[in-house]
Design a protein around this ligand. Structure first.
Ligand code: IPD
Ligand code: CA
Ligand code: CA
Length: 302
């Protein structure tokens, strides 16, 4: 498309989607109309190997970027309506709109793949791939104007997470990893810290309400610094060596789906609080590996 200045314009999938679903900025959200989108050059290149894992991984990165564009459009606007879900957690138009956008894109590119999303549940396909999406992780941050919310996309192949993306659009950080190809933050490869002691280690929590008070005391007695820079942002900090561990006592698969590949490709360790390498345990811990057992031992008491 050529704009009025005669410059070649490229509409990303999210821009085209928003153009047809919103019209003017801040217009009240309504049921999205999903129109076919033009593939970007990145996707065109990738789909020459249509069925490969890497093509899907690249699509995941592009969709996370596009999800971020939708989120930023809604972030910190008074037009955002917040509702409570049955579990009491907040949900917004942005959560639903982003998930519907990603679902439509995945269905268009890979109609045989399965899909699990926080807001619209499970769709079962026939291929060996499943996409797992949390459209906005950290919705409480999102609705309070805190830029530490994220768009999470993960790709599972035969039951194993093989690619993942954490995109923090308002913080302008995107982290992605594919099995065997390293963990990358804004284009730079990252690694977990090499700290081996709890003394001085940073341990993240999304919230402390479900922590046993003795665990907090014992971590602090061991010299650890506890901070609530949580949700996906905390996992990103661990992967990039800015913190040593994050502990989540209450999670669903979509809260954690990108973390195994992100953390492991950065050289760290991800497990449930039972020490099992899985995202379905109802909780999770990620660390630099060196402090994993000592943090697990302390947080599992009580
Ligand atoms: C939350 C985050 C957080 C976890 C909460 C989730 P949401 O997700 O994933 O890390 O501890 O239990 O609800 O609701 O902001 O997508
Ligand atoms: Ca969410
Ligand atoms: Ca979440």
């Amino acid at each position: 498309m050529i704009n009025t200045a005669g410059v070649l314009c490229h509409f990303t999938p999210a821009m085209r989607y928003m153009q047809f679903t919103h019209g003017e900025q801040n217009q009240k959200w309504s049921t999205p109309i999903v129109l076919p989108v033009k593939r970007s050059p990145l996707i065109e290149r990738c789909t020459t190997v249509e069925d490969s894992r890497s093509a899907r991984a690249a699509l995941g990165v592009e969709l996370a970027r596009s999800a971020g564009e939708i989120a930023r459009r809604w972030f910190d606007t008074s037009a955002l309506a917040v509702e409570s879900k049955q579990d009491g957690s907040p949900v917004t138009q942005a959560d639903r709109e982003i998930e519907q956008f990603i679902r439509a894109e995945v269905a268009q590119h890979y109609p045989d793949d399965s899909f699990l999303g926080e807001e619209f549940g499970e769709t079962t396909g026939t291929s060996k791939y499943r996409w797992i999406v949390d459209p906005i992780d950290g919705t409480k941050s999102f609705v309070h104007g805190v830029p530490l919310y994220a768009n999470l996309i993960a790709l599972e192949e035969d039951g194993t997470i093989v690619a993942g993306v954490i995109n923090l659009p308002s913080a302008e950080v995107l982290m992605h990893a594919e099995r065997g190809k390293g963990c990358w933050k804004n284009g730079k490869q990252v690694h977990v810290s090499d700290k081996t002691e709890l003394d001085g280690a940073y341990v993240m929590a999304t919230w402390l309400e479900d922590w046993h008070p003795d665990s907090i005391v014992d971590l602090q007695s061991a010299g650890a610094v506890i901070r609530t820079w949580g949700d996906a942002y905390g996992y990103m900090m661990v992967a990039s060596g800015q913190a040593e561990a994050i502990v989540d006592y209450t999670t669903q698969a979509y809260d954690l789906a990108p973390m195994p590949v992100i953390i492991e490709e950065a050289g760290g360790m991800f497990t449930s609080l039972d020490g099992v390498r899985e995202i379905n345990g109802g909780n999770g811990i990620a660390s630099n590996g060196a402090v994993h057992d000592s943090v697990l031992k302390i947080v599992n008491q009580g």
